[in-house]
Design a binder for this molecule. Structure first.
Ligand SMILES: NC(=O)c1ccc[n+]([C@@H]2O[C@H](COP(=O)([O-])OP(=O)(O)OC[C@H]3O[C@@H](n4cnc5c(N)ncnc54)[C@H](OP(=O)(O)O)[C@@H]3O)[C@@H](O)[C@H]2O)c1
Length: 267
């Protein structure tokens, strides 16, 4: 039976759908913008929930406005499993806004009664695509905390864990903390992108006020949470887990490999 992958335009969703199709599974991709093979599915608009008819399992994004209406529709349609893209530290009582949103999403999934698996990644390597325009233009990339460390996860590893959870037994009611294999500073990540494209990429310290102006479109609480996290990981390693390898049987890909896979985005 078919697996529904939500969040069509996201990098993670594309990787999940791609790996499932490659492994021969039937996939329906849902997104807020229906184009090509994408069916319309907006987790905030119940009139689009017809996308869940005939579906066995769902790869689900956390929706800021809450997941209960979608999960009710999924249960009524006979969905047997939900794999939720959550976040490390998810907790409905957290002071950190990102952890709270994902904690609330996890609570809604637990309450739905549908068997679940929670993927709790730390930072995504795809976040570094924010640097791509500057790198392509030959400019330095700008970061407010260039020595802040992160163990970024390759989208292919996150997708591989999702694929195992969606298509094999043994992952029901499991929560997986997922990271890349190594904690690196933003400066080192920029160096590795430079090695992948064959010319150096430098990092300039960005003024915090300018950073706040640039990201003024984000909800203020999310932006301040992000700044606090970056500051907290300056000079401190971001803890890693071995969960990607435990679930998939293959070690997590390092940042150098991610940079090589994305050289065309930066080059
Ligand atoms: N970036 C990180 O480091 C990180 C780390 C841990 C967890 N996360 C979580 O992972 C998720 C994706 O993050 P991202 O950074 O990859 O974001 P992104 O690239 O901006 O992607 C956002 C995704 O959310 C989907 N989406 C948003 N609202 C939706 C709605 N109402 N209905 C259906 N889909 C909706 C979008 O799908 P369409 O536009 O195609 O509908 C798109 O796939 C977020 O929940 C984020 O908090 C991110």
């Amino acid at each position: 039976m078919t697996i529904l992958v939500t969040g069509a335009r996201g990098g993670i969703s594309r990787a999940v759908a791609g790996q499932l199709l490659e492994a021969g599974h039937e996939v329906r991709v849902g997104g807020r913008v229906p184009e090509g093979d994408v069916v319309e599915l907006d987790l905030a608009r119940p009139e689009t929930f017809g996308a869940v008819q005939g579906i066995r399992a769902v790869f689900l994004y956390a929706e800021l406005g809450g997941l209960k209406p979608f999960l009710d529709a999924a249960r009524e349609a006979g969905v047997e499993q939900v794999v939720l893209l959550s976040a490390r530290g998810a907790d409905p009582a957290a002071a950190d806004a990102i952890m709270r949103v994902h904690g609330e999403a996890e609570a809604a999934v637990r309450e739905s009664g549908i068997p679940w698996t929670f993927l709790r990644p730390g930072g995504f390597a795809t976040n570094r695509l924010w640097w791509a325009a500057d790198v392509r233009a030959g400019r330095a990339v700008r970061e407010p905390f260039p020595d802040s460390q992160s163990a970024l996860i390759h989208e292919a590893d996150l997708a591989a864990v999702a694929r195992h959870a969606l298509t094999e037994p043994g992952h029901a009611n499991a929560a997986y903390a997922l990271t890349g294999p190594e904690s690196l500073t933003a400066r080192r990540q920029a160096e590795l992108i430079g090695e992948a494209i064959g010319r150096p990429v430098s990092v300039e310290r960005q003024d915090l006020a300018e950073y706040r102006r640039e990201l003024a479109h984000l909800p203020a609480e999310l932006l301040e949470t992000r700044i606090r996290r970056l500051a907290a990981l300056t000079g401190k390693p971001d803890p890693t887990t071995a969960t990607v390898e435990e679930v998939t049987g293959t070690p997590a890909r390092g940042f150098a490999e991610w940079a090589a896979d994305h050289a065309a985005d930066f080059g």
